[in-house]
Design a protein around this ligand. Sequence first.
Ligand code: ADP
Ligand code: MG
Length: 260
Amino acid sequence: MEPTDPTPATSNITVRRGEPLVVVTDVNKHFGELHVLKNINAVVTRGEVVVVIGPSGSGKSTLCRAINRLETIDSGVITIDGQALPEEGRGLARLRADVGMVFQAFNLFAHMTVLQNVTLGPIKVRGLSKADAETRAMALLERVGVADQAHKMPAQLSGGQQQRVAIARALAMEPKVILLDEPTSALDPEMINEVLEVMIDLANDGMTMIVVTHEMGFARRAANRVIFMAEGEIVEESTPDRFFTNPQTTRAKDFLSKIL
Ligand code: ADP
Ligand code: MG
């Protein structure tokens, strides 16, 4: 007899139980009096897609920034592929390159072409030749559907195109995990899908992803797991189907009743 598939029939992705890639242990963070991360524990395994969801101000961005060491933590440990993130120095640059980051507001370098945006990191941090970096960059721009924009400046592109360039730029560093912090919330509605499609493609390709988003469609199609945060705590962890159809906590129910 076939073993019973524990994932609901509506989920098209089997939960992958890989080795731990991002491990967050007992992490606390304050901004002055404000306790923004309260004893956070989370594990993201290789190839897993985790959606982080929760009200504004609940600490989602701070958690992403802490994982990438754009923010210090007060206590606890964050490891990437078994290595604790150092506070500073060359080790930090190398480990930070393992974590790709895509922000809400595109953050492309405005004074560089699209192609230069994507080749800069690989040349400066990974030590690639300009020719190799450009070959790889063009392949990535092709993959996200903006190769024909390579020689334009970011301001000449639509928001959706800029965000796809930002994803290509993150991928160019060959990160072990990619963090996307509300990557579609600054986009005009008609551009959201073109970015979500690229993200779904990455997820299907086995990329380890941590995605802060309220896009339920993305969560249902691509996520293995949903982490719901409120007031600096992880309140609920669930599969997308269970989280959206049958949230377990009052705080998750309240939140979903506001966004759905
Ligand atoms: P989210 O991404 O879930 O909206 P954030 O992580 O951005 O939440 O913020 C969590 C809390 O920390 C909020 O109350 C926010 O105002 C506060 N905060 C974020 N960054 C800073 C900062 N640099 N200095 C002081 N307070 C901050
Ligand atoms: Mg945020």
